[in-house]
Design a protein around this ligand. Sequence first.
Ligand code: C5P
Length: 234
Amino acid sequence: MGKDVIVACDFASGREALAFLDRFAGEERKPFVKIGMELFYAEGPQIVREIKGRGHQIFLDLKLHDIPNTVMKAMRVLSGLEVDLVNLHAAGTVAMMEAALAGLTRADGTRPLLIAVTQLTSTDQHSMEEDLLIREPIDQVVMHYARRAKAAGLDGVVCSPLESGKVKEACGAGFLTVTPGVRFADGDAGDQKRVMTPAQAKEIGSDYIVVGRPITGAADPIAAYRRCVAEFVG
Ligand code: C5P
């Protein structure tokens, strides 16, 4: 797996998601697709099989967080769906992350890539202190979680493109950074506060960018996808 653009298929139904992906049928490059909670909870594992069956790679963004035994068993099920990339919350502890890896690993030793969410970008210093009783500066918390994910044997983290460089410094160039918050230079940021263009994300070393509305909401999604690929993959 190399650098790629992951299209966030944030649709409420399988019908809408498949109709969107139908538009890419003539494309030589099949988009890497992110399936999140909304679509997965609406349609269940069948939507994963359906999109996988059409030849797309899949990032299943379900952000698991539970006791290690439960996460291990859930990951075993996800591994059977042949997804390519899955995630969990680093806050679940190293023990939970190690259990997740064990559950993901198939009998033949293969497994999907596993990455960790550090601190959600919806969490800020104030909410971290008030709600979670974590007093350290948020950037240090993010880096600590990244290092714990690395220690547990995970493949990388989801992070802001602005954090990508620091994560690579702390955890090594091979530790994957998957970055949402991507916008075209002439596009609308919407509710994303800290954004980067695909070209900037490439420059700072992100391995994957996750792009939703700039592609799904574009008048011409194919052109928007091609532009992302041209800027980010080259
Ligand atoms: O539409 P947009 O490009 O903002 O979509 C970004 C995608 O990345 C969404 O699926 C969103 O849930 C996800 N994401 C994010 N910020 C995070 C983690 C995930 O935007 N910190």
